[in-house]
Design a protein around this ligand. Structure first.
Ligand code: GLN
Length: 387
C-alpha cells in the first residue's frame, strides 16, 4: 500500500475531540470539548425555521451571503470602530477552524515559520503544518501567562511569516492587553510578519479585563488577519459559521483558498444568523454576565477539591493542577477523572510544547446544575486518590 503524506506525522488526532468521545463512552459530564450547553437564543431558532422556508437551499455566494457579510461588517464596526467593506474585507468560512486554515494557507509559503504561543489551541500547530509551514514556540508561563519579551524577540529574529495570537486565549484564559498587542504588532512590523488572531471568545471576558481587537489598533489593520466565528457568541457551534477579516489584498487571496477548500458555509444558516448579528448591546452584556456567573460557580465549587487552578481572565477554560494526585501523566489523570469521577477534561499536555503534565483543562460553558454536579463529583478527587 502507498504511504500517506509524511506531514501528517507532525501532529496527532485532536485530543479534545477524543476526550469528548471518551466522555460519551463513560457517560461522564463533558467538560472537555468546549461548547455551550443548550440551544442558541429562541430568536435564532425562529430565524432558522423561517430561513428553511425561504430560497436559501443552494450554494450561497462562495465568500459569504451578501446579507450576512453586511450584517457582519455592521457588527464589527459596532464593537471595534472599524468601518469595513462587506465585499472586500471578509470571507465567510465553515467555523473559525476553516478560517485559521485559510489564514495560514493565505499567508505562508512552504517552509515559512509561524510563531505559536504555548500553551496553544491544538488546531494552530496542525494547521501550520498542513499549510506547509513550521511552528516555532514562545512560552506563556503560569500563573499570569505573560510572554517574555526577550523570548518573543528571539522568535521574531528567525523571520517568521506570521504569529498566531488567540485572544482571549484557549486554554490559559489569558486576555492580551493593548500594550502587549502593540508590542507584538511592533515586532510583526519590524520583521514584516502577519499577525493572525483567533478572537472567538471576544465577548467572554471577565471584568476588569477587556478585549482589544488587534486589527483596530492604530497602524495594525494591514498586517492583521482576524479569524472569528459566531459559535461561542451565539451558542451555535454546530452551525459552523466563521469568518476571516483582513485587508482587501489578503482577502482577495483568502477567497481563493476558501473557495477551493469548502466552496462555502451553509446558506440557510448564514441567512438565519443575521438575526444574531443584529442583537442589541444588551445581549452581549447578558452573555458576559452569564459566563461570569458560570465561572464563579465553577471556581467556587472547585475550591472543595482542595486543588489549585489557573484563574481565567476570559474564555471559558480552567487548568486544574492535578500534580498532587500522583498520576504518571496528565493523560492518565484525565482518563481516570472521566472513568472514576464522571467528569471529562482534556490532558493539558496536548496544549503545551514544553513537557508539561501538571494540568487537566476543564471548560465551564455549562448551565448551573451541570456545573454544580461536576464540582460535587470533583470534590471527591483527593479522597478517591487516598489523599
Ligand atoms: N475550542 C473548543 C475547545 O477548545 C472546541 C472547538 C472544537 O472542537 N472545534 O474545546
Amino acid at each position: 500500500m502507498p504511504k500517506t503524506a509524511s506531514r501528517l506525522g507532525g501532529f496527532t488526532e485532536s485530543v479534545i475531540r477524543g476526550m469528548s468521545r471518551l466522555a460519551a463512552q463513560h457517560n461522564a459530564i463533558n467538560l472537555a470539548q468546549g461548547f455551550p450547553e443548550g440551544n442558541p437564543p429562541r430568536q435564532l431558532i425562529d430565524a432558522l425555521i423561517c430561513a428553511a422556508e425561504g430560497p436559501h437551499h443552494q450554494y450561497a455566494m462562495t465568500w459569504g451571503a451578501p446579507r450576512f457579510r453586511q450584517a457582519l461588517a455592521r457588527k464589527v464596526q459596532r464593537f471595534t470602530g472599524l468601518a469595513l467593506d462587506p465585499d472586500q474585507n471578509f470571507v465567510v468560512t465553515c467555523g473559525s477552524t476553516e478560517a485559521m486554515m485559510v489564514a495560514l494557507m493565505t499567508a505562508c509559503n512552504p517552509g515559512d515559520r509561524v510563531v505559536v504561543f504555548s500553551p496553544f489551541y491544538e488546531n494552530y500547530v496542525a494547521d501550520t503544518i498542513l499549510s506547509g509551514a513550521v511552528p516555532i514556540y514562545v512560552p506563556l508561563r503560569a500563573p499570569d501567562f505573560r510572554y517574555d519579551l526577550a523570548e518573543l524577540t528571539l522568535a521574531f529574529a528567525q523571520n517568521p511569516k506570521a504569529v498566531i495570537v488567540c485572544n482571549p486565549s484557549n486554554p490559559s484564559g489569558k486576555v492580551f492587553t493593548r500594550e502587549e498587542l502593540l508590542e507584538i504588532g511592533a515586532l510583526a512590523q519590524k520583521y514584516d510578519a502577519f499577525v493572525i488572531t483567533d478572537e472567538v471568545y471576544e465577548h467572554i471576558v471577565f471584568a476588569p479585563h477587556k478585549h482589544t481587537a488587534m486589527a483596530a489598533l492604530p497602524g495594525h489593520f494591514e498586517r492583521t488577519i482576524t479569524c472569528n466565528s459566531l459559535s461561542k457568541t451565539y451558542s451555535m457551534t454546530g452551525w459552523r459559521l466563521g469568518f476571516v477579516q483582513a485587508a482587501p489584498e489578503v482577502i482577495a487571496q483568502a477567497k481563493k483558498v476558501h473557495d477551493f477548500l469548502t466552496v462555502g458555509a451553509a446558506a440557510p444558516l448564514q441567512e438565519a444568523a443575521v438575526t444574531g448579528l443584529e442583537f442589541p448591546d444588551s445581549y452581549y452584556e447578558e452573555l458576559r454576565a452569564s459566563y461570569t456567573s458560570r465561572r464563579d460557580i465553577f471556581l467556587d465549587g472547585l475550591a472543595a477539591s482542595g486543588l489549585k487552578w489557573t484563574e481565567p481572565e476570559g474564555a471559558y477554560f480552567v487548568l486544574l493542577d492535578i500534580s498532587p494526585l500522583g498520576f504518571a501523566t496528565d493523560t492518565q489523570a484525565a482518563e481516570w477523572l472521566t472513568r472514576e469521577i464522571g467528569v471529562a477534561g482534556v490532558p493539558g499536555s496536548s496544549f503545551f510544547r514544553e513537557p508539561e503534565h501538571r494540568y487537566v483543562r476543564f471548560h465551564f460553558a455549562k448551565n448551573e446544575a451541570t456545573l454544580t454536579e461536576a464540582t460535587r463529583r470533583l470534590s471527591h478527587i483527593k479522597k478517591l486518590r487516598g489523599l
